[in-house]
Ligand binder design. Sequence first.
Ligand code: ZN
Ligand code: ZN
Length: 398
Amino acid sequence: MGFDRSNGRKGMAKRDYYEVLGVPRNSGPDEVKSAYRRLARQHHPDMNKDNTKGAEEKFKELSEAYEVLVDPAKRARYDQLGFTGVQQDFGPGGFSWQNFTHAQDLEDLLGSTDFFQNLFGGGLPEGLFGRPVGRRSGIPTRGSDVEVSVRLPVSAAVTGAEPTLEVPATLRCPDCKGTGALRGTALEKCPECDGRGQVRRSQSRGFSQLITILECPMCHGSGQRIREPCPNCDATGIIRRVKKLKVEVPPGIEDGAVLRLAHQGVPADGSGPPGDLFVQVLLEPLPSIHREGQDAYTETHVGLSLAIFGGQTRVNTITGQAILTVPAGTQPETRFRLRREGFPRLRSTERGDLIVTVHVDLPESLNPHQRELLREALGAPEAKEAASRRSGLFSRRS
Ligand SMILES: [Zn+2]
Ligand SMILES: [Zn+2]
């Protein structure tokens, strides 16, 4: 057997694939895969900020070796004939990203598509790892997230609430079972992508050719074409509905807070989990209540006699009304604190206070009889001016 491992490309030393991945010649596919996983992480350009170009080159070298050693047919030819054995796979220019057929393995290998996204500066179009490709390759993909908002009275911050929301929902069409084809009619192979569901586009990126695998625009990744469309779903395979969903809003919720309801979003096309539902809670402010942190502020007006003699008055709270006891001799603009009538803290028994500012309304006019009685009780203003100022009764605090 001839082991010609000479490089097809002149002037560049080409390393043996087993050497590149650091695996023995008799290694199994799992060993090849785990070596590639480890080295691909190590040479992530994000981890090699000082030499991203070098890291990209290294990653390409690793990927070429992986492309050959993970494929039994290519590997057998390489074992027998060296680089010459795989020349036919890569063409005269040698390996380029166009030849890399394991892009989908990267998602599996690296746990996320971020790796590839970052490697190519985020310039990767959706679809390379998106749903249509994933659907065909069997990688479970999540359904989409749904965002809705709900308006609630501010009292929901105290009591909590259980509003019933109408959220958009999509169902697989029961008539065609999601295929989009008229019941009983067969699908045919998409001529655009020859049933693969993907089309390849190449693009120059610096020193290398970047291959991007896109969802086939004709069949949207299914690889199949509908001969006769399903009228129930307009050949989309999907029916849009509105579903009613009861949402639990806990006490202590803040205005603008977003609740996440896992798996209540759009169902996945394949075996993946549904997306999530995000509910933004908007609290309708009360004109009489002002919020500062956990404390609430309100105001009330009392008459002169209540301020002088004391008594009880109703004040607005977040959830309704409460009784405030005003002591005798209460001065205008006095603030009272109603303990634990403010806003609760989320997932806590703590609760703020309601702070009530009491305005004292003086009578605007008196009849002669009232005037005489008051003058008798309180004295003439000329004589008692100093005393009345001390008591504060007729001098508003500035
Ligand atoms: Zn249908
Ligand atoms: Zn197609």
